[in-house]
Design a binder for this molecule. Structure first.
Ligand SMILES: [Zn+2]
Length: 483
């Protein structure tokens, strides 16, 4: 693709994104961050030093209530030793010898979890094609230490931000980048709509060379195009995920897709009057569907057998349920006057709806579909899919509370949000708290198992062994998200 064409594509993408809602995508391979080195704090501009609480070195945490991200039982009275950005030793307080001259931090009454891996965590929101600078701070302050952006509106800005964060020039999570969304005829005009096979393969090659790690296909993608996309991506060691509609979960799974978004809400397998290759039919299927039926279980088994992961985005769905769609005070504090005004107007409309049992029931069905998939052995991940009043990071935390509501145990919910994300990304250096892994973790002020809202009480976020102060980061953002 020539420079002119690329510029035009960017322009079209920017224009289109002011009109559409949620979009998503996937990672690819060129720019692979070095997972073993830690943030060069000394390279951090002076203005960012204010956000640091602990600067690398060796630290021993004692008396921790630990959830390690594997799904294993919560453990109390744990000692965790971090050295040079990596977990060095983990065990009961009595079993770990703390090296001399080590800084010791007593975590009595606090919970330690792995850094959250946001698997559907855009750097854009409806109307704003790139909010990466502030979104990345919101993610980090909320305990999200790695994101896969699940589709990009302006991919080169994502790649650039990802590199700046890795180089320590900016604070934020590790960003695993995506190409522009790809869709098909009748789809969002701001996305790439392939003209023919050559155009499609050229476009993918272009973005893979720019350094994106994942490809995201959107709702109107033609089945023939998805086959080409998967072929071209996999040849280049890049993965593919889809917010599907024209293609069913079963079809995409059989073609070899790596991940599927949004769970039951996008499962056109069950749509009434679904036509092959078209995004047709309605969503009433969600209300009627018997989740215990053989057709549902067979589909979930097929995905599990083919190792297709499913990404849950409960918090953004909840934002469309009128009697649940409230922004809490801290969220309102972060929003720009423009976003706050949008929220207020939406609430006025929602307040006129006495109750919407249909949407509430759909949320419960979506939850149950995911819980069942997880319990059957499926690789369930989670992401925020930020939008409306569901903010980057805050919405990831809300997902945890919704998983608990759906019936997941505390340990299972954390596993979905951390260890499972690492598995889906094919990463063995992050996601769980284990000796040798990168020291990405979160200290929560309280007992997470007793009170799920403890997920919002982030005391310190550690990424590569460096501790960040969430309060300082958030007070810096105050009122500027969505300016
Ligand atoms: Zn999305």
């Amino acid at each position: 693709m020539g420079i002119c064409k690329t510029l035009i594509t960017h322009l079209i993408i920017i224009l289109a994104f002011s009109a559409i809602g949620c979009i998503e995508k996937e990672p690819t391979n060129n720019f692979v961050p070095n997972h073993t080195d830690y943030d060069p704090v000394e390279g951090l501009p002076d203005s960012l030093h204010a956000f640091l609480k602990y600067k690398t070195g060796t630290i021993a945490f004692t008396n921790a209530t630990l959830i390690d991200g594997t799904g294993g039982n919560l453990k109390v009275n744990q000692t965790v030793v971090v050295n040079n950005g990596v977990f060095e030793a983990i065990g009961s307080d009595s079993s770990i010898t703390i090296p001399e001259n080590t800084k010791v931090i007593n975590l009595k009454g606090k919970t330690m979890i792995p850094g959250i891996i946001g698997m559907h965590n855009h750097l854009h929101i409806p109307g704003f094609p790139f909010v990466g600078d502030i979104a990345s701070k919101l993610y980090l302050a909320s305990g999200v230490t790695t994101i896969q952006t699940a589709g990009a509106a302006i991919p080169h800005l994502e790649v650039d931000l990802s590199k700046r964060i890795t180089a320590g020039k900016q604070i934020g999570p590790e960003i695993i980048t995506s190409a522009p969304f790809i869709t098909g005829k009748g789809g969002n005009p701001n996305m790439i709509i392939p003209k023919n096979e050559e155009h499609l393969r050229d476009t993918l090659q272009h973005w893979i060379k720019q350094g994106v790690n994942w490809i995201k296909v959107y709702r109107n993608t033609h089945p023939n195009d998805l086959e080409i996309i998967i072929d071209e991506a996999h040849k280049n060691n890049v993965k593919v995920r889809g917010h599907l509609c024209s293609i069913t979960f079963e079809e995409a799974t059989k073609m070899g897709i790596d991940g599927i978004e949004h769970g039951l809400n996008s499962a056109s397998d069950f749509r009434t009057n679904k036509e092959f290759g078209l995004c047709s039919g309605g969503r009433e299927y969600i209300d009627q569907l018997d989740l215990n039926s053989p057709k549902v279980k067979k589909l979930q088994q097929l995905m599990i057998y083919n190792q297709v992961f499913l990404t849950s985005t409960l918090s953004i769905y909840e934002a469309s349920v009128p009697n649940r769609a409230y922004a809490d005070q801290r969220t309102q504090n972060m929003m720009s006057p423009y976003l706050l005004n949008q929220y207020t107007e939406r609430r006025v409309r929602f307040n006129q709806i006495k109750d919407d049992l249909t949407r509430e029931k759909r949320l419960k069905q979506i939850m149950q579909f995911e819980y069942q998939f997880f319990k059957m052995g499926g690789l369930l991940c989670s992401g925020v899919d930020a939008g409306r009043h569901v903010l980057p990071g805050f919405g990831d935390q809300r997902n945890f509370e919704l998983f608990i509501e759906a019936g997941f145990s505390t340990e299972e919910a954390i596993q979905v949000m951390t260890g499972n994300g690492a598995k889906a990304l094919g990463r063995e250096d992050i996601g769980i708290i284990k000796a040798g892994r990168r020291a990405d973790f979160v200290i929560l002020d309280g007992d997470l198992r007793v009170d799920p809202s403890t997920i919002e009480k982030v005391e310190t976020v550690f990424k590569k062994g460096i501790g960040y102060d969430p309060q300082k980061i958030l007070s810096d953002i105050n009122g500027s998200f969505g300016l």
